[in-house]
Write a new protein. Structure first.
Ligand code: SAM
Ligand code: SF4
Length: 441
């Protein structure tokens, strides 16, 4: 096949989009497009978009403006928009940006080859139908053969939780779990291509299999995937605290390949706010799960997400969040100012907290977390960690890898160690990573 056509792909947002983008690259390869990092070379520009916060959405329109100017100089340039903004906007996106050739929603990747081929013939198209059928996971080839050290494997899509602030259920549709045998098949194919670590991916992996009586649940799925030969480390994301079961907690004690890390977003430390957010747990429930996880796996590292300035968050509620982060001692925390999203429940709530106050709360939270992260990183000094080497570090003169607890680690060593688990003595903990030396290979 003539591979002279060039694809420039930009990905915004979460790991689900990153994972979809991998599929997009494989699909476009199938119709003769080679990926390029230089937009000027591109015959096809695809934006895989995010609408989780208003700023993410605005960024997409900013980028589209750039490609509009490029298209003036190169009229044959095909521009496509996919992902969550595409799903939300559909036809409206073509009205706002008529130079766009195709709009593909979150369930429509399997149509992308046809849509791009149509655009090559001058056709404009929009596809945003939801496909609430498990078959959609396997409607197109996966990129198993591409190898790499660590890969994501989608085990479920969509979300039924309807947290009051969140656009995801609106743009990703209802929750659907992928057949367990298909997941294992994909993991085995990745292992055969040399992949060492897989991360099972979904908006709320803990409710995997809940909808089908007698189907494997997430704990069963983890045990099945852990048996795949060649896979040495297993991760998953994202977890919803309300669906963490004792069976799942036991996996951390019983599956040696399961990395001692969990991303467990609390979103707030205040019961009143959690209730308004429709999260389905209290602060005490959350802390009980944290304790149970630590009992099952004392070295487990927690990361999380927190929203500040949710409607009704008063000073006392915010203090409850500050206390929660001190209590949990997250290794890392992603924190955001609440952003009202169209169509969500919370968008109708009166929002009395002033923007400057929200900003001040975010800064306080982030400053406190920064100290916790540094102290935790320093606490690893002298310990020996299993690090999976991913490749050269960003500076190029050492190696980069991750501990089981998901702490980025740099160390000297042979680049041929990429994909290997090595024992590393940690010599320094700084704000963003650990430094160490490989003990023996
Ligand atoms: N399903 C995952 C979960 O439940 O944690 C991830 C959801 S989202 C992709 C990632 C994070 O974005 C959320 O955990 C939340 O903290 C944040 N987020 C979602 N909607 C938001 C909003 N409207 N404003 C601010 N932050 C938001
Ligand atoms: Fe959004 Fe809540 Fe679903 Fe996560 S669990 S994707 S925050 S609705």
């Amino acid at each position: 096949m003539n591979m002279s056509k060039k694809l420039y792909l930009e990905t915004f947002g979460c790991q689900m989009n990153v994972s979809d983008s991998k599929k997009i690259v494989a699909l476009m390869k199938g119709i003769g497009y080679q990926q390029t990092a230089d937009p000027v070379e591109a015959d096809l520009v695809l934006l895989n978009t995010c609408s989780i916060r208003a700023t993410a959405e605005q960024r997409v329109y900013g980028h589209l403006g750039r490609f509009k100017s490029m298209k003036k100089k190169k009229p044959a340039l095909i521009i496509g928009v996919g992902g969550c903004v595409a799903q939300q906007e559909g036809e409206r996106l073509l009205q706002k940006a008529p130079f766009v050739n195709l709009v593909f929603g979150t369930h429509n990747l399997h149509l992308l080859q046809k849509m791009v081929s149509g655009a090559e013939q001058g056709k404009q198209s929009v596809a945003t139908d939801f496909l609430d059928d498990e078959k959609r996971f396997d409607l197109f080839p996966h990129a198993e053969s591409e190898g790499g050290v660590s890969r994501f494997v989608t085990v479920m899509q969509g979300c039924d939780n309807f947290c009051a602030y969140c656009i995801v259920p609106h743009v990703r549709g209802r929750e659907i779990s992928r057949n367990a045998a298909k997941v294992v098949e994909e993991v085995a194919a990745l292992a055969a291509a040399g992949v060492t670590e897989v991360t099972l991916l979904g908006q709320n992996v803990n409710s995997y299999g809940f909808k089908e009586a007698g189907a494997p649940d997430f704990a069963d799925l983890l045990r099945m995937v852990a048996q795949v030969e060649g896979i040495e480390r297993l991760r998953f994301t994202t977890s919803h605290p309300k669906d963490i079961s004792p069976r799942l907690i036991a996996c951390f004690a019983e599956i040696p390949k399961l990395a001692p890390h969990i991303h467990l977003p609390a979103q707030s430390g205040s019961d009143a706010v959690l209730e308004k957010m429709n999260r389905g747990y209290t602060r005490a429930d959350y802390l009980a799960k944290v304790r149970a996880l630590r009992e099952a796996c004392p070295e487990i590292q927690f990361t999380g997400d927190m929203i500040v300035g949710f409607p009704g968050e008063d000073a006392a509620s915010f203090e409850a969040t500050m206390e929660l982060i001190e209590e949990v001692q997250y290794a890392d925390l992603f924190s955001f100012i609440y952003s009202a999203r169209p169509g969500t429940k919370a968008a109708e709530f009166p929002d009395e907290v002033k923007r400057a106050e929200k900003q001040a709360r975010l800064e306080r939270l982030q400053a406190a977390q920064k100290k916790i992260t540094l102290a935790r990183n320093e606490s690893f000094v002298g310990s020996v960690q299993q690090v999976l080497v991913e490749g050269p570090s960003s500076s190029g003169d050492s190696l980069f890898g991750r501990t089981g607890g998901n702490r980025g680690t740099v160390m000297d060593g042979d680049p041929a160690l990429a994909g290997r688990l090595v024992r590393v003595r940690i010599t320094e903990g700084v704000q963003t990573l650990l430094k160490g030396e490989i003990l023996h290979v």
